[in-house]
Design a protein around this ligand. Structure first.
Ligand code: SAM
Length: 219
């Protein structure tokens, strides 16, 4: 039988800590959330591979290091309300949920929204709300958010998401002129009208498809 706890500990040490992830709450969350519960049954043995894995419908569960890097860049706190756009398998939402008070997660593919919500439910994770919708439009009823994690690549920062960021809030979003290669960017809202932008890393995400993302031809 696969010793997932052992594989998870190895992942935290070798793939995260050794590469510079330092935030204790992020390392603890990554060392607690069972990634094997969010990957398709036939891929469970590879759940702690240092890579993204297919989750069906042409989508992926992100590489663990990228999830940890993004969550660390968001600097989430225990009382924060978070939004994840592109929740896919539900894994990154579960990681955020083990740090934040509440997580709102949006996924545009219905089957993934259902399986993601189901995986979270089976783990008794009750502070994640999953919605099947276009996440480029955010979640107006639950805004503003202290942290916004966009897990798909956009051509530019959706104005709707920018407006749903709380003052002092942070957003990480992959941005690129093409749908497959991006720069991971952090946007911090300093005041009503002032935002700062920092470039963090080169990344490769599936495209954000939606009203303030790419058109379906990007798929
Ligand atoms: N965080 C996810 C995980 O842990 O599995 C990563 C999922 S994958 C890299 C990105 C997801 O974004 C895909 O499931 C895709 O369907 C979704 N997506 C793309 N455009 C979207 C949109 N406008 N609204 C919501 N989800 C979107």
């Amino acid at each position: 039988m696969t010793d997932f706890a052992h594989l998870r500990r190895r992942m935290v040490e070798e793939d995260l800590r050794a590469r510079g992830v330092r935030d204790y709450s992020v390392l603890r969350a990554m060392g607690t959330v069972p990634r094997e519960a969010f990957v398709p049954e036939g891929l469970r043995a590879r759940a702690y591979d240092d890579s993204p894995l297919p989750i069906g419908d042409g989508q992926t569960i992100s590489q663990p290091y990228i999830v940890a890097f993004m969550v660390e860049a968001l600097a989430p706190a225990g009382d924060d309300k978070a939004l994840e756009v592109g929740s896919g398998s539900g894994y990154a939402a579960a990681v955020l949920a083990s740090i934040c008070r509440e997580v709102y997660a949006i996924e545009r593919i219905e089957r993934l929204a259902v399986t993601g919500a189901d995986a979270l439910d089976k783990l008794h994770i009750r502070n994640v709300h999953v919605r099947y919708d276009d996440g480029s439009q955010g979640w107006a009823d639950a805004a503003p958010f202290d942290v916004i994690m966009v897990s798909a690549g956009a051509p530019s920062v959706p104005e709707t998401l920018r407006a749903q960021l709380a003052i002092g809030g942070r957003m990480v979003i992959p941005l690129g002129a093409g749908p497959r290669v991006q720069e991971l960017v952090r946007i911090t809202r300093k005041s009503q009208h002032e935002y700062i932008r920092e470039d963090l890393a080169d990344v490769r995400f599936v495209p954000l498809i939606g009203r303030e993302g790419w058109g379906l031809e990007a798929l």
